[in-house]
Design a protein. Structure first.
Length: 452
């Protein structure tokens, strides 16, 4: 290995001079990125694989640094077809909702001020009445996410006591979040009843004793057990709880506030139906089928909500002004006869395949013939999932563009643009699905495709 190869690598100072001083980022961060990039070329020298000249290395590093100094959090064209994609922040937030929130939060906001009296208020007052009206409950509490909601409710209502749950409902969702772990972290004792595929009412009844504080019913929204099965309905469990004077806590997960079957999707148990069964408290996600920001919602009887709010854990888990403002605007998209188009997640989920095809056919006609031929691009019908463990059995009709060729390189090229496009690979083909692509993103997408 000759030292000449190392001499081809420019110094940090040389790169910094090339970049100039007007990059919109801290200088120390630029230096760190530059050093990291230079280290990659030193490793190439070490392995006798360096082929670039000094100028080429300088240009490549300069371009890389400029790209990396752009905010790492970027707007993405979601071509996976999954509307509630966890890795993309689950429910997308629409422009109208964001505009309304921006108006409120530019400067100061009356987060905890009661303006008529001038006294200290409660941040939940901005949401509680809306949640009460929509869910037919006494009110609601909002925390960081549904895991936090379950943790807080369990710790408040059953700390040091027993919580009974069916083995068939001991779910695990993404990130290794498991119901048994949450119960234990809540300082409760988990009591498992039944089996994975069969649980009877008598299993719960036998397990109830003087130390039982809660019956936990978990909606298995991210999987389905079929075949030789038996489960206890929520109403049956509530009736048992009333007889034994043990309250029922429901972890509803996805948290649908409207009947999805009216929109052509599979029926999903709603928050209102759950509340009507007589449960003490219900928890669900705010960033799934509800269509709002990341949050966990707790609704139920006023006596229970007061206890939960007085728990010191609530202060550690409560939401800030941004989440509360976003949730308020999201809840305002719900009307007595459904949900408005300003709820972007619901709008995307309920856009028909026919509507999508009509939109995409125009876009398809704008793809350059040479690009179509090079990648053998086709417009096809497709099916997608809702995402985030919601509607696990639902195959939602959509349309997609299909690409053939060097698809791994193609997928990476789309992902690493300044305006990223993320599709998916299936059976050696690359797809860009339109179920989760916003109409206002079509012009940027056609630009990206024609640049391939």
């Amino acid at each position: 290995m000759s030292n000449k190869s190392y001499k081809e690598i420019p110094s940090v100072q040389e790169i910094l001079l090339e970049l100039g001083s007007d990059l919109p980022i801290h200088q120390n961060y630029v230096v760190k990125i530059t050093r990291d990039e230079l280290a990659k070329y030193r490793n190439l020298v070490k392995d006798n694989k360096l082929k670039s000249s000094r100028k080429e290395i300088r240009d490549e590093i300069t371009n890389s640094v400029k790209l990396l100094t752009v905010s790492s959090l970027r707007n993405v064209i979601n071509g996976t077809g999954i509307v509630l994609h966890t890795n993309f922040g689950r429910a997308p937030i629409g422009k109208k909702v964001l505009q309304n929130v921006t108006k409120k939060l530019s400067g100061y906001v009356n987060l905890e001020v009661d303006l008529p009296t001038g006294k200290r208020g409660d941040r939940l007052n901005h949401l509680s009445d809306l949640l009460a009206a929509i869910t037919n409950t006494d009110g609601g509490i909002i925390v960081n996410n549904n895991a936090a909601a379950v943790l807080l409710a369990l710790n408040t209502l059953a700390e040091g006591k027993e919580v009974i749950v069916s083995r068939g409902q001991e779910v695990e969702i993404g990130g290794s979040f498991r119901i048994p772990d949450i119960v234990k972290k809540s300082s409760c004792k988990l009591v498992e009843v039944g089996t994975t595929n069969r649980t009877h009412l008598k299993d719960y009844e036998k397990a109830i004793n003087k130390n039982t504080a809660l019956l936990l019913w978990v909606h298995t929204s991210n999987y389905v057990v079929k075949g030789f099965t038996k489960s206890v309905t929520l109403r049956e469990l509530v009736e048992l709880g009333k007889r034994k004077r043990v309250p029922v806590l429901v972890d509803l997960g996805s948290g649908a506030l409207i009947n999805l079957s009216d929109q052509g999707l599979l029926e999903e148990i709603t928050v209102q139906e759950t509340v009507k069964s007589g449960v003490a408290v219900v928890t669900f996600s705010g960033d799934k089928l509800l269509g709002g920001p990341q949050s966990g919602v707790i609704v139920g009887k006023n006596s229970v909500l007061k206890k939960i709010k007085s728990n010191p854990l609530y202060r550690a888990l409560r939401c800030d002004k941004f989440t509360i403002a976003l949730m308020e605007e999201t809840l305002r998209t719900y009307k007595s006869d459904g949900v408005s188009k300003n709820n972007l997640a619901n709008t995307l989920l309920h856009t028909s395949q026919k509507t999508l095809r009509n939109r995409v056919e125009k876009l398809f006609s704008e793809i350059k013939p040479a690009v179509k031929k090079r990648w053998q691009i086709k417009l096809i019908d497709s099916t997608v999932e809702a995402g985030s463990g919601s509607l696990p059995e639902e195959k939602i009709e959509s349309v997609a563009l299909e690409f053939r060729g060097q698809i791994k390189e193609l997928a990476k090229w789309f992902r690493t643009r300044i305006n990223p496009v993320v599709g998916y690979i299936h059976k050696d083909l690359f797809y860009i699905d339109f179920k989760a692509i916003l109409p206002e993103q079509y012009s940027e997408l056609i630009k990206a495709i024609n640049e391939v």
